[in-house]
Design a protein around this ligand. Sequence first.
Ligand SMILES: Nc1ncnc2c1ncn2[C@@H]1O[C@H](COP(=O)(O)OP(=O)(O)O)[C@@H](O)[C@H]1O
Ligand SMILES: N[C@@H](CC(=O)OP(=O)(O)O)C(=O)O
Length: 455
Amino acid sequence: MIVCKFGGTSVASAEQIKKVASIVKDEPKRKAVVVSAPGKRFGDDIKVTDLLIALAHASLQDQNAEDELNAVVDRYADIAKGLDLDGTIVNVIEQDLRGRLQENRDNPPLFMDQLKASGEDNNAKLIAAYFTSIGLDAEYVNPKEAGLIVSDEPGRARALPEAYENLAKLRENGKIVVFPGFFGYTKEGVMMTFARGGSDITGSILAAALKAELYENFTDVDSVFAANPNVVDNPAEIKRMTYREMRELSYAGFSVFHDEALMPAFQHSVPVCIKNTNNPSAPGTMIVAEREYTKSPVIGIAADDGFSTLYVSKYLMNREIGFGRRLLQILEEEEVSYEHTPSGIDDLSVIVRSHQLTPEKEERILARFRDELHVDKANVEHGFAMIVLVGEGMHNTLGLSARATAAISRVGANIEMINQGSSEVSLVFGIQAKDTDNVLRELYKEFFSKSAVLQ
Ligand SMILES: Nc1ncnc2c1ncn2[C@@H]1O[C@H](COP(=O)(O)OP(=O)(O)O)[C@@H](O)[C@H]1O
Ligand SMILES: N[C@@H](CC(=O)OP(=O)(O)O)C(=O)O
């Protein structure tokens, strides 16, 4: 059995959904189909998930949210029309949305999640109706009935172990299962979404639970590339990479596959293939447990901005047992997670994602560093980016850092931080965000200029 997930771009319009149906028809092993909410049809388009977020905000602010509601319903109506479905399904969707707008209004995180989740839920119903209309033996399956149990963390839920046992029973379903991505239910039956982009996670959970021979993740590019194709011209295609490499790259900025989607597939040894809905005969990128890495020690370079540095210095910090723990405890209490902690003998920086900070929170954290840790200096700086070189072969290849730092200096960028991941499959450089694209292009030139296809 193959579990396939179709991302937002693959289900953004009737034309795209027809391609999905033909891909499913082409291979009888494709028995479980996870779908996203309709995504972007063109560059400036708005994803249905973002329309739903706007609808939730407008409704909560007690505005008349009819325009926002219609913007969502119109997307489904367009799709239904293009698929020759009668108006029934659009009415079902509209009633569903109106119902959701009445529930949990006193609990904004739950209200937001139930609206966000409707994007995939209604699309799955619509796609199942279309599959049936063209003679495919398919049915919509609701994550609650199927037992996709998740933790109670709105907007960032995680599947609980019992979800796998419950979902395994879907193997007995003789039909093609059309399953909405992006959300599950807590033990108490409350709808909760994964992090943004989380339909990839649903696909991986389902593939693991069903012991699929393959998890196919369909998107709008022929493969994973060695660098973001929106920044680097014609980057090399990656043919084969390991789960660990993909997770590092996804986390560091490769938006093509969610970093949290690697673990279920990895733990249950399900290979993942990233494929193109618009060109399904292209082989795509295989993600597997091991690869031959002598030819290309670096497999990809990811970049992401939006980082801040919390810096502290204190004379004799090196002698103070428990200093790091106390500092990180302050961050824990302020609900800030951290990415890197480069340190010297008397100073330490904590690199965090900037979106977690507000001016008030920043001030409070710095004040606590001064009052509770008695540091000599504490400050915060914003506007950093992290560039990450990833590859299983990096740890036994000499001279990689020297080549990377030389490339970065060629474009006149200053290196603010270097961190070699303990796993030695990644090498991270902190730079100013303004230099990101130039540095990425130069590093790409340094490590990939001669190769068009990797592994
Ligand atoms: N290294 C990379 N390789 C391939 N695609 C990438 C990479 N980095 C960023 N992307 C972007 O990821 C996009 C696909 O991801 P996403 O928008 O989440 O698709 P979907 O709608 O299928 O979920 C591609 O169109 C591409 O612009
Ligand atoms: N629709 C959700 C979940 C998702 O995975 O979407 P996509 O397949 O378009 O990345 C989001 O936009 O976050």
